[in-house]
Design a protein around this ligand. Structure first.
Ligand code: 4LM
Length: 405
Protein backbone atom coordinates (compact mmCIF):
# COMPACT_ATOMS: atom_id res chain seq x y z
CA UNK A 1 0.00 0.00 0.00
CA UNK A 2 1.46 3.39 -1.05
CA UNK A 3 1.74 6.18 1.54
CA UNK A 4 -0.50 9.26 1.12
CA UNK A 5 0.89 11.50 -1.63
CA UNK A 6 2.19 14.29 0.58
CA UNK A 7 4.28 11.83 2.63
CA UNK A 8 6.20 10.73 -0.47
CA UNK A 9 9.47 12.24 -1.68
CA UNK A 10 9.63 14.22 -4.93
CA UNK A 11 11.21 11.46 -7.03
CA UNK A 12 8.71 8.87 -5.77
CA UNK A 13 5.79 11.17 -6.62
CA UNK A 14 7.20 11.79 -10.09
CA UNK A 15 7.20 8.04 -10.72
CA UNK A 16 4.01 6.80 -9.02
CA UNK A 17 1.29 9.34 -8.27
CA UNK A 18 -1.96 9.22 -10.22
CA UNK A 19 -1.82 5.67 -11.46
CA UNK A 20 -3.02 2.39 -9.99
CA UNK A 21 -1.76 -0.56 -12.05
CA UNK A 22 -4.45 -2.84 -10.64
CA UNK A 23 -6.91 -0.88 -12.78
CA UNK A 24 -4.97 -1.71 -15.96
CA UNK A 25 -4.21 -5.44 -15.79
CA UNK A 26 -0.97 -4.73 -13.91
CA UNK A 27 0.62 -2.73 -16.74
CA UNK A 28 3.64 -0.93 -15.23
CA UNK A 29 2.94 2.18 -17.30
CA UNK A 30 -0.50 3.73 -17.78
CA UNK A 31 -2.30 2.64 -20.95
CA UNK A 32 -2.34 5.22 -23.75
CA UNK A 33 -6.03 5.83 -24.42
CA UNK A 34 -5.99 6.77 -28.13
CA UNK A 35 -9.68 7.55 -28.19
CA UNK A 36 -11.30 10.82 -29.20
CA UNK A 37 -14.64 9.93 -27.65
CA UNK A 38 -16.06 7.80 -24.82
CA UNK A 39 -19.32 5.87 -24.88
CA UNK A 40 -22.27 6.19 -22.49
CA UNK A 41 -24.49 3.32 -21.33
CA UNK A 42 -27.62 5.42 -21.80
CA UNK A 43 -28.84 8.94 -22.51
CA UNK A 44 -29.09 9.93 -18.86
CA UNK A 45 -25.53 8.90 -18.17
CA UNK A 46 -24.28 10.95 -21.15
CA UNK A 47 -26.23 14.00 -20.00
CA UNK A 48 -24.91 13.66 -16.47
CA UNK A 49 -21.31 13.55 -17.68
CA UNK A 50 -21.79 16.60 -19.90
CA UNK A 51 -23.39 18.61 -17.11
CA UNK A 52 -20.62 17.63 -14.68
CA UNK A 53 -23.19 16.02 -12.36
CA UNK A 54 -21.14 12.80 -12.45
CA UNK A 55 -17.50 12.24 -13.33
CA UNK A 56 -16.45 10.26 -16.39
CA UNK A 57 -14.82 11.03 -19.70
CA UNK A 58 -16.88 11.90 -22.78
CA UNK A 59 -14.56 13.64 -25.28
CA UNK A 60 -10.77 13.97 -25.32
CA UNK A 61 -10.76 17.75 -25.86
CA UNK A 62 -12.15 17.92 -22.31
CA UNK A 63 -10.47 14.99 -20.57
CA UNK A 64 -8.75 11.67 -21.26
CA UNK A 65 -7.63 8.93 -18.82
CA UNK A 66 -3.95 9.09 -19.88
CA UNK A 67 -3.88 12.86 -19.48
CA UNK A 68 -5.63 12.48 -16.13
CA UNK A 69 -2.67 10.50 -14.76
CA UNK A 70 -0.29 13.23 -15.87
CA UNK A 71 -2.52 15.95 -14.40
CA UNK A 72 -2.57 14.24 -11.01
CA UNK A 73 1.17 13.69 -11.14
CA UNK A 74 1.96 17.33 -11.93
CA UNK A 75 -0.43 18.47 -9.17
CA UNK A 76 1.43 16.24 -6.69
CA UNK A 77 4.76 17.75 -7.77
CA UNK A 78 3.59 21.37 -7.72
CA UNK A 79 1.74 21.07 -4.41
CA UNK A 80 -1.51 21.87 -6.25
CA UNK A 81 -5.08 20.65 -5.99
CA UNK A 82 -5.29 20.05 -9.74
CA UNK A 83 -3.25 19.95 -12.94
CA UNK A 84 -4.15 20.37 -16.59
CA UNK A 85 -2.51 19.30 -19.88
CA UNK A 86 -2.17 21.34 -23.09
CA UNK A 87 -0.76 20.91 -26.60
CA UNK A 88 2.11 23.33 -25.91
CA UNK A 89 3.41 25.83 -23.40
CA UNK A 90 1.74 28.57 -25.47
CA UNK A 91 -1.47 26.50 -25.37
CA UNK A 92 -1.28 26.51 -21.56
CA UNK A 93 -0.54 30.24 -21.33
CA UNK A 94 -3.22 31.33 -23.82
CA UNK A 95 -5.87 28.99 -22.36
CA UNK A 96 -5.23 30.24 -18.82
CA UNK A 97 -5.16 33.94 -19.76
CA UNK A 98 -8.25 33.75 -22.02
CA UNK A 99 -10.15 32.15 -19.12
CA UNK A 100 -9.61 34.95 -16.62
CA UNK A 101 -9.46 38.13 -18.75
CA UNK A 102 -12.27 40.15 -20.35
CA UNK A 103 -12.34 43.45 -22.23
CA UNK A 104 -11.68 46.29 -19.80
CA UNK A 105 -9.52 44.19 -17.44
CA UNK A 106 -5.83 44.80 -16.85
CA UNK A 107 -2.93 42.32 -16.84
CA UNK A 108 0.38 43.41 -15.31
CA UNK A 109 3.42 41.48 -16.50
CA UNK A 110 7.12 41.59 -15.92
CA UNK A 111 8.92 43.44 -18.73
CA UNK A 112 10.92 40.34 -19.68
CA UNK A 113 8.97 37.37 -21.05
CA UNK A 114 9.56 34.55 -23.53
CA UNK A 115 9.12 36.12 -27.00
CA UNK A 116 5.83 34.42 -27.98
CA UNK A 117 4.30 35.05 -24.54
CA UNK A 118 5.28 38.70 -24.99
CA UNK A 119 3.74 38.74 -28.48
CA UNK A 120 0.50 37.09 -27.29
CA UNK A 121 0.06 39.49 -24.39
CA UNK A 122 1.31 42.74 -25.94
CA UNK A 123 0.27 42.28 -29.55
CA UNK A 124 -2.65 39.84 -29.03
CA UNK A 125 -4.56 40.48 -25.80
CA UNK A 126 -4.21 44.24 -26.22
CA UNK A 127 -6.31 44.01 -29.46
CA UNK A 128 -9.27 42.74 -27.43
CA UNK A 129 -9.62 45.68 -25.03
CA UNK A 130 -7.38 44.26 -22.33
CA UNK A 131 -5.00 46.76 -20.78
CA UNK A 132 -1.42 45.48 -20.69
CA UNK A 133 1.02 47.07 -18.28
CA UNK A 134 4.61 45.92 -18.03
CA UNK A 135 6.85 46.74 -15.10
CA UNK A 136 10.10 45.53 -13.62
CA UNK A 137 8.61 42.93 -11.28
CA UNK A 138 11.94 42.43 -9.51
CA UNK A 139 11.04 45.70 -7.77
CA UNK A 140 7.78 44.95 -5.84
CA UNK A 141 7.23 48.68 -5.30
CA UNK A 142 6.59 49.03 -9.02
CA UNK A 143 3.73 46.54 -8.66
CA UNK A 144 2.32 48.36 -5.61
CA UNK A 145 2.34 51.58 -7.64
CA UNK A 146 0.78 50.08 -10.78
CA UNK A 147 -1.86 47.68 -9.42
CA UNK A 148 -5.52 48.63 -9.07
CA UNK A 149 -8.80 46.84 -8.48
CA UNK A 150 -9.04 46.57 -12.27
CA UNK A 151 -5.95 44.34 -12.36
CA UNK A 152 -7.08 40.75 -12.76
CA UNK A 153 -3.76 39.03 -13.40
CA UNK A 154 -0.14 39.51 -12.38
CA UNK A 155 2.04 37.40 -14.68
CA UNK A 156 5.77 36.68 -14.79
CA UNK A 157 8.54 34.14 -15.33
CA UNK A 158 11.21 33.50 -12.70
CA UNK A 159 13.93 33.18 -13.88
CA UNK A 160 12.85 35.28 -16.86
CA UNK A 161 13.59 34.12 -20.38
CA UNK A 162 16.12 35.16 -21.57
CA UNK A 163 17.88 37.49 -19.09
CA UNK A 164 17.58 35.27 -15.94
CA UNK A 165 16.04 38.04 -13.83
CA UNK A 166 14.27 36.66 -10.72
CA UNK A 167 11.00 37.81 -9.20
CA UNK A 168 10.28 37.54 -5.47
CA UNK A 169 7.23 35.30 -5.86
CA UNK A 170 5.95 35.47 -2.25
CA UNK A 171 6.16 39.26 -2.10
CA UNK A 172 4.52 39.82 -5.47
CA UNK A 173 1.74 37.30 -4.74
CA UNK A 174 0.98 39.08 -1.46
CA UNK A 175 0.53 42.42 -3.24
CA UNK A 176 -1.58 40.85 -6.01
CA UNK A 177 -3.91 39.00 -3.65
CA UNK A 178 -4.53 42.18 -1.62
CA UNK A 179 -6.06 43.60 -4.81
CA UNK A 180 -7.92 40.40 -5.75
CA UNK A 181 -5.62 39.66 -8.71
CA UNK A 182 -4.40 36.17 -9.60
CA UNK A 183 -0.65 35.57 -9.58
CA UNK A 184 0.39 33.35 -12.48
CA UNK A 185 3.99 32.14 -12.67
CA UNK A 186 5.69 30.50 -15.63
CA UNK A 187 7.79 27.85 -13.83
CA UNK A 188 9.37 26.38 -16.98
CA UNK A 189 13.00 27.15 -16.11
CA UNK A 190 12.87 25.68 -12.60
CA UNK A 191 10.26 22.91 -12.74
CA UNK A 192 8.66 22.02 -9.39
CA UNK A 193 11.90 20.25 -8.46
CA UNK A 194 13.68 23.59 -7.93
CA UNK A 195 10.82 25.97 -7.18
CA UNK A 196 7.19 25.62 -6.05
CA UNK A 197 5.43 28.96 -6.59
CA UNK A 198 2.03 27.72 -5.34
CA UNK A 199 3.48 26.88 -1.92
CA UNK A 200 4.58 30.51 -1.51
CA UNK A 201 1.41 32.25 -2.61
CA UNK A 202 1.02 32.03 -6.40
CA UNK A 203 -2.39 30.93 -7.72
CA UNK A 204 -1.46 29.16 -10.96
CA UNK A 205 1.76 27.86 -12.49
CA UNK A 206 2.16 27.30 -16.21
CA UNK A 207 4.86 25.29 -17.96
CA UNK A 208 6.34 24.70 -21.31
CA UNK A 209 6.62 20.95 -20.67
CA UNK A 210 8.55 20.84 -23.94
CA UNK A 211 11.61 21.74 -21.84
CA UNK A 212 12.97 20.16 -18.62
CA UNK A 213 9.75 18.34 -17.68
CA UNK A 214 10.00 16.10 -20.74
CA UNK A 215 13.74 16.60 -21.04
CA UNK A 216 14.60 14.95 -24.35
CA UNK A 217 13.67 17.46 -27.03
CA UNK A 218 11.19 15.10 -28.62
CA UNK A 219 7.80 16.67 -27.93
CA UNK A 220 5.85 19.92 -27.58
CA UNK A 221 3.59 20.14 -24.53
CA UNK A 222 2.19 22.45 -21.87
CA UNK A 223 0.94 22.02 -18.32
CA UNK A 224 -0.73 24.16 -15.66
CA UNK A 225 -1.51 23.59 -12.01
CA UNK A 226 -3.47 25.40 -9.32
CA UNK A 227 -6.63 25.24 -7.23
CA UNK A 228 -9.42 22.84 -8.22
CA UNK A 229 -11.92 25.58 -9.10
CA UNK A 230 -9.45 27.63 -11.12
CA UNK A 231 -8.30 24.61 -13.10
CA UNK A 232 -11.89 23.47 -13.72
CA UNK A 233 -12.63 26.91 -15.22
CA UNK A 234 -9.54 26.74 -17.44
CA UNK A 235 -10.52 23.25 -18.61
CA UNK A 236 -14.11 24.16 -19.46
CA UNK A 237 -13.57 27.70 -20.79
CA UNK A 238 -10.03 28.43 -21.99
CA UNK A 239 -9.09 24.92 -23.10
CA UNK A 240 -12.41 23.43 -24.26
CA UNK A 241 -13.99 26.47 -25.90
CA UNK A 242 -11.37 29.13 -26.55
CA UNK A 243 -8.12 27.47 -27.66
CA UNK A 244 -8.81 23.74 -28.01
CA UNK A 245 -5.07 23.34 -27.34
CA UNK A 246 -5.40 19.78 -26.12
CA UNK A 247 -2.46 17.42 -25.54
CA UNK A 248 -2.58 14.12 -27.37
CA UNK A 249 -2.41 10.90 -25.29
CA UNK A 250 0.86 9.70 -26.84
CA UNK A 251 2.54 12.95 -25.77
CA UNK A 252 1.16 12.44 -22.25
CA UNK A 253 2.76 8.98 -22.23
CA UNK A 254 6.14 10.39 -23.32
CA UNK A 255 5.89 13.15 -20.74
CA UNK A 256 5.08 10.68 -17.95
CA UNK A 257 8.24 8.81 -18.96
CA UNK A 258 10.29 12.01 -18.87
CA UNK A 259 8.95 12.95 -15.44
CA UNK A 260 10.22 9.68 -13.94
CA UNK A 261 13.80 10.95 -14.26
CA UNK A 262 13.13 14.64 -13.60
CA UNK A 263 14.87 14.82 -10.23
CA UNK A 264 18.09 13.12 -11.32
CA UNK A 265 18.17 15.10 -14.56
CA UNK A 266 17.66 18.39 -12.72
CA UNK A 267 20.42 17.54 -10.22
CA UNK A 268 22.79 16.90 -13.12
CA UNK A 269 21.71 20.03 -15.03
CA UNK A 270 22.36 22.09 -11.87
CA UNK A 271 25.81 20.72 -11.03
CA UNK A 272 27.01 20.82 -14.63
CA UNK A 273 25.65 24.31 -15.31
CA UNK A 274 27.25 25.68 -12.15
CA UNK A 275 30.63 24.27 -13.12
CA UNK A 276 30.35 25.60 -16.67
CA UNK A 277 29.19 29.03 -15.41
CA UNK A 278 32.14 29.24 -12.99
CA UNK A 279 34.61 28.37 -15.73
CA UNK A 280 33.04 30.75 -18.23
CA UNK A 281 33.12 33.72 -15.87
CA UNK A 282 36.88 33.22 -15.37
CA UNK A 283 37.51 33.26 -19.14
CA UNK A 284 39.10 36.49 -20.42
CA UNK A 285 36.76 36.71 -23.45
CA UNK A 286 33.61 36.46 -21.34
CA UNK A 287 32.34 39.78 -19.99
CA UNK A 288 29.26 38.52 -18.14
CA UNK A 289 27.61 35.26 -17.10
CA UNK A 290 24.15 35.34 -15.52
CA UNK A 291 23.41 32.13 -13.67
CA UNK A 292 21.41 32.01 -10.41
CA UNK A 293 23.86 29.56 -8.80
CA UNK A 294 26.85 31.92 -9.12
CA UNK A 295 27.93 34.05 -6.17
CA UNK A 296 28.29 36.95 -8.61
CA UNK A 297 24.60 36.64 -9.65
CA UNK A 298 22.92 39.98 -8.86
CA UNK A 299 19.97 38.34 -7.06
CA UNK A 300 21.98 35.59 -5.38
CA UNK A 301 20.12 35.93 -2.05
CA UNK A 302 16.71 35.58 -3.67
CA UNK A 303 18.00 32.65 -5.75
CA UNK A 304 19.13 30.82 -2.58
CA UNK A 305 15.89 31.44 -0.70
CA UNK A 306 13.43 30.76 -3.53
CA UNK A 307 15.14 28.10 -5.61
CA UNK A 308 16.80 24.89 -4.47
CA UNK A 309 19.31 24.96 -7.34
CA UNK A 310 20.47 27.25 -10.13
CA UNK A 311 18.91 25.22 -12.97
CA UNK A 312 20.42 24.39 -16.34
CA UNK A 313 20.21 27.71 -18.20
CA UNK A 314 22.52 30.75 -18.24
CA UNK A 315 23.26 33.75 -20.39
CA UNK A 316 26.70 34.77 -21.63
CA UNK A 317 28.06 37.99 -23.07
CA UNK A 318 31.45 38.26 -24.71
CA UNK A 319 33.84 41.22 -24.56
CA UNK A 320 33.68 41.58 -28.36
CA UNK A 321 29.87 41.97 -28.42
CA UNK A 322 27.56 40.33 -30.94
CA UNK A 323 30.20 39.86 -33.68
CA UNK A 324 32.38 37.80 -31.39
CA UNK A 325 29.39 36.01 -29.88
CA UNK A 326 28.25 34.83 -33.29
CA UNK A 327 31.77 33.64 -34.20
CA UNK A 328 31.76 31.70 -30.90
CA UNK A 329 28.35 30.17 -31.57
CA UNK A 330 29.29 29.20 -35.12
CA UNK A 331 32.50 27.48 -33.95
CA UNK A 332 30.74 25.07 -31.58
CA UNK A 333 30.85 21.42 -32.55
CA UNK A 334 28.96 19.41 -29.92
CA UNK A 335 26.79 22.11 -28.34
CA UNK A 336 23.92 22.51 -30.79
CA UNK A 337 22.78 25.83 -32.23
CA UNK A 338 19.04 25.56 -31.58
CA UNK A 339 16.24 27.23 -29.65
CA UNK A 340 14.48 25.45 -26.76
CA UNK A 341 16.13 24.42 -23.51
CA UNK A 342 16.15 21.76 -20.83
CA UNK A 343 17.09 18.89 -23.12
CA UNK A 344 19.69 16.15 -22.63
CA UNK A 345 21.61 17.89 -25.44
CA UNK A 346 23.32 21.22 -24.68
CA UNK A 347 21.73 23.99 -26.77
CA UNK A 348 22.76 27.57 -27.53
CA UNK A 349 20.86 30.39 -29.21
CA UNK A 350 20.83 34.16 -29.75
CA UNK A 351 17.58 35.50 -28.19
CA UNK A 352 17.54 38.88 -30.01
CA UNK A 353 17.37 37.24 -33.45
CA UNK A 354 15.60 34.02 -32.43
CA UNK A 355 13.33 33.43 -29.40
CA UNK A 356 12.86 37.15 -28.72
CA UNK A 357 12.64 38.41 -32.29
CA UNK A 358 8.91 39.15 -31.76
CA UNK A 359 10.07 42.17 -29.76
CA UNK A 360 11.13 45.24 -31.75
CA UNK A 361 14.70 46.45 -31.15
CA UNK A 362 13.25 49.31 -29.07
CA UNK A 363 11.12 46.87 -27.02
CA UNK A 364 14.14 44.66 -26.36
CA UNK A 365 16.13 47.68 -25.24
CA UNK A 366 13.40 48.84 -22.87
CA UNK A 367 12.64 45.31 -21.62
CA UNK A 368 16.17 44.44 -20.56
CA UNK A 369 17.11 42.11 -23.42
CA UNK A 370 20.62 42.77 -24.68
CA UNK A 371 21.31 42.39 -28.41
CA UNK A 372 24.57 40.54 -27.73
CA UNK A 373 23.25 38.03 -25.18
CA UNK A 374 23.64 34.29 -25.86
CA UNK A 375 21.57 31.72 -24.00
CA UNK A 376 23.16 28.38 -23.12
CA UNK A 377 21.14 25.40 -21.89
CA UNK A 378 23.60 22.99 -20.32
CA UNK A 379 22.68 19.40 -21.15
CA UNK A 380 23.48 16.06 -19.60
CA UNK A 381 26.73 15.37 -21.46
CA UNK A 382 29.98 15.03 -19.47
CA UNK A 383 31.15 18.43 -18.22
CA UNK A 384 34.71 18.06 -19.65
CA UNK A 385 33.22 17.49 -23.11
CA UNK A 386 30.89 20.49 -22.85
CA UNK A 387 33.76 22.64 -21.57
CA UNK A 388 36.17 21.47 -24.27
CA UNK A 389 33.70 22.46 -26.94
CA UNK A 390 33.00 25.88 -25.39
CA UNK A 391 36.71 26.50 -24.85
CA UNK A 392 37.78 25.66 -28.41
CA UNK A 393 34.97 27.87 -29.77
CA UNK A 394 36.05 30.75 -27.49
CA UNK A 395 39.58 30.35 -28.78
CA UNK A 396 38.40 30.63 -32.40
CA UNK A 397 36.15 33.60 -31.51
CA UNK A 398 39.13 35.34 -29.88
CA UNK A 399 41.38 35.13 -32.94
CA UNK A 400 41.84 38.34 -34.91
CA UNK A 401 39.42 38.60 -37.83
CA UNK A 402 41.36 38.48 -41.10
CA UNK A 403 39.77 40.66 -43.79
CA UNK A 404 40.00 39.51 -47.39
CA UNK A 405 42.40 41.78 -49.36
C1 4LM B 1 12.72 28.96 -26.08
N1 4LM B 1 10.54 28.72 -25.14
O1 4LM B 1 12.92 29.83 -25.20
P1 4LM B 1 6.08 25.95 -26.11
N2 4LM B 1 7.30 29.67 -21.48
C2 4LM B 1 8.64 29.75 -21.51
C3 4LM B 1 9.33 29.33 -22.65
O2 4LM B 1 10.67 29.41 -22.65
C4 4LM B 1 8.61 28.85 -23.77
C5 4LM B 1 7.22 28.79 -23.69
C6 4LM B 1 6.60 29.20 -22.52
C7 4LM B 1 11.33 28.49 -26.25
C8 4LM B 1 10.85 27.92 -27.38
C9 4LM B 1 11.45 28.00 -28.70
C10 4LM B 1 9.39 30.31 -20.33
C11 4LM B 1 9.30 28.46 -24.98
C12 4LM B 1 6.38 28.26 -24.82
O3 4LM B 1 7.21 26.12 -27.04
O4 4LM B 1 4.79 26.44 -26.66
O5 4LM B 1 5.99 24.57 -25.51
O6 4LM B 1 6.41 26.88 -24.81
O7 4LM B 1 13.63 28.50 -26.76
Amino acid sequence: MMKPTNDLGFATRSIHVGYDDSEAKGALNPPVYMSSTFTFNNTNEGGARFSGETGGHFYSRVSNPTLEVLEKRLAALEDAEAGLCFASGMGAITSVLWTFLSAGDEIITDETLYGCTFAFIHHGLSRFGIKVTSIDMSDPEQLSAAISDNTKIVYFESPANPNMKLVDIANIAKIASKHGALTIVDNTYCTPYLQQPLAIGADIVVHSATKFLSGHGDLIAGLAAGGQELMARVRLEGLKDMTGAVMDPLTAHQLLRGLKTLSIRMDRHCTSALEIAQRLEMHPLVSKVSYPGLESFAQNDLASSQMSGGGGVMTIELVGGFEQASRFMDALNMVKRAVSLGDADSLIQHPASMTHSAYTIEERASHGISESLLRLSVGLEDVPDIWNDLQQALQIAGQPVVCAA
